[in-house]
Design a protein around this ligand. Structure first.
Ligand code: FAD
Length: 464
């Protein structure tokens, strides 16, 4: 790999760059709600990004479209970074990787795991770009120990509205760095980033599964398991009464070579075979109802065996990636995800109320996820805070969209917030309550982008 040019203080001067050609395409986020016809431009490297910035009145960067709602949509100009996907430099002594923003996390893992390196933080899908991970300041199952992805970013190069490129880090252009980690693409276009991978001995995870009969047991188990590197629970959001919040807790550690079963010790860093299946058609909406979901949840809760096993990283971190286009299970209308976090002290009361409202509405989903976050140390608009986060998928229907404001009010009243990377429906008034860093974020944006070039459907809907 070529060395990184010494651009530690590079501030490119605006120049005349040609804008890549746009084509009209219907786009959406992962949830397929909302959809919008957008002028899509593709950038193959920094020159194209600067051309797109110069040639478009408004613009938003787009990674792999794995945010659920509308943050990566701008009808007047959506700039795909997927073809800006080169590795630039890797230091095998420290694990420091520099790459363009459109590199997929999957490619980072496929390239560096066989050499003994793994991402320090990963979301529940590997089909995300590094730029998207920074813009959402994503969290993983190890947030309580490792924080968000932004905590591991050494520096990033950001193309601004006026065509300058600024290197940002915790010591250089700090306020811009803090606004960009979690800033949903609204400060500029991330061109490249430098971040540290972590050393691992094997590509396997030692997992412990625990079955917990209700929310209280689940929370106690999370809090007793803070020393585990990874923890996440699947929660049955349709269970009621004494079983409200019953969960399966999955704990994980990177396995050591001596923990692998015999034959696997011969190639402890091997990548698993890729066997993805796909959902070939949109499943009609009526297939998902209180009874089908309830039956699935009952079965899942009963058959997952408690105990310890060793499995490859793909099955531990990315179970959904094995079923390509699983979103089609929600029919053509799509899905919306509700992900909130509540402060630790208010979590028990707030989660109980949220789960009751959801079970009463009969609107649960197959996949409810509960997780305990640690303290959040980076990003003005970052989602995590110390406490519990709950994430649930719902069919995108009028009934769901009527329930969300009720959930929002519970979250706000308990001092919590909603995750912008999953949002498609909240309101400006709620965002003001959820994000105390909003005023400071707006001030940074005003300074670097006074005319508001970087906007998305989400930023306009929420007045960010
Ligand atoms: C199955 C699934 C599981 C998930 N699990 C988790 C999880 O566990 N934790 C978590 O935190 N998130 C999770 N997510 C959400 C996902 O990690 C984020 O939405 C992430 O931002 C998606 O990356 P992307 O490359 O697809 O970005 P996109 O969805 O394309 O864009 C997301 C945002 O990033 C901005 N952006 C993208 N590239 C750039 C760039 N180069 N410069 C500036 N801004 C940019 C966009 O403008 C947009 O605002 C999950 C999503 C799915 C579908």
């Amino acid at each position: 790999m070529s060395a990184v040019p010494s651009t530690a203080h590079r501030h490119d001067q605006p120049a005349n760059h040609a804008a890549p050609k746009a084509r009209a395409v219907e786009l959406s986020g992962w949830g397929r709600h909302p959809r919008s016809e957008c002028a899509l431009l593709e950038a193959r490297g920094a020159e194209d990004v600067l051309g797109a910035i110069a040639g478009n009145q408004t613009l938003i960067a787009r990674g792999n479209g794995r945010s659920y709602g509308d943050p990566a949509l701008n009808p007047a100009g959506t700039l795909s970074l997927l073809k800006s996907n080169r590795f630039i430099d890797f230091d095998p002594a420290s694990g420091m990787l520099t790459c363009e923003a459109g590199v997929l996390l999957e490619d980072v893992i496929d390239t560096f795991l066989p050499r003994g390196w793994f991402p320090p933080v990963t979301p529940g899908t590997k089909f995300v770009t590094i730029g998207g991970m920074i813009a959402s300041n994503v969290h993983g199952k190890n947030h309580h120990l490792a924080g968000s992805f932004g905590n591991h970013v050494e520096s990033l190069d950001l193309a601004l509205a006026d065509g300058q490129v600024m290197r940002c880090s915790r010591t250089e252009n700090e306020s811009l760095f803090e606004a960009t980690c979690g800033g949903m693409g609204l400060t500029g276009v991330i061109l490249r980033a430098r971040f540290r991978l972590m050393p691992v001995e094997t590509s396997f995870i030692r997992r412990e599964t625990r079955r917990l009969r209700n929310l209280s047991e689940a929370m106690d188990a999370f809090e007793a398991a803070r020393d585990w590197t990874y923890s996440v629970a699947w929660i049955d959001c349709l269970a009621r009464g004494d079983a409200l919040g019953r969960s399966l807790l999955f704990l994980g550690e990177h396995a050591r070579a001596d923990e692998l079963p015999g034959p696997r010790r011969l190639s402890p860093l091997a990548l698993p075979k890729k066997h993805s299946r796909t959902v070939p058609i949109d499943v009609p909406g009526f297939v998902q109802n209180r009874w089908s979901i309830g039956a699935f949840n009952e079965l899942y809760y009963r058959i997952a065996p408690p105990g310890t096993d060793v499995l490859d990283y793909d099955r531990f971190f990315y179970p959904l990636d094995g079923i390509l286009e699983w979103r089609r299970l929600y029919g053509r209308a799509g899905l919306v995800q509700y992900q909130c976090v509540l402060p630790l002290a208010a979590s028990r009361a707030g989660l109980t109320l949220l789960l009751k409202r959801i079970a009463d509405a009969g609107l649960g989903s197959f996949l409810g996820v509960l997780k305990l976050f640690g303290q959040q140390k980076s990003g003005l608009m970052s989602f995590p805070m110390e406490g519990y986060t709950l994430a649930l998928d719902f069919p995108a229907s009028a009934k769901t969209l009527a329930l969300f404001p009720v959930l929002d009010a519970i979250v706000a009243d308990h001092g919590g917030r909603l995750y912008l990377a999953k949002d498609a429906a909240t309101s400006p008034a709620m965002i003001e309550r959820f994000y105390p860093g909003l005023a400071q974020f707006r001030a940074v944006r005003k300074r670097v982008d006074p005319a508001g070039k970087f906007t998305s459907l989400q930023s306009r809907r929420l007045g960010l």
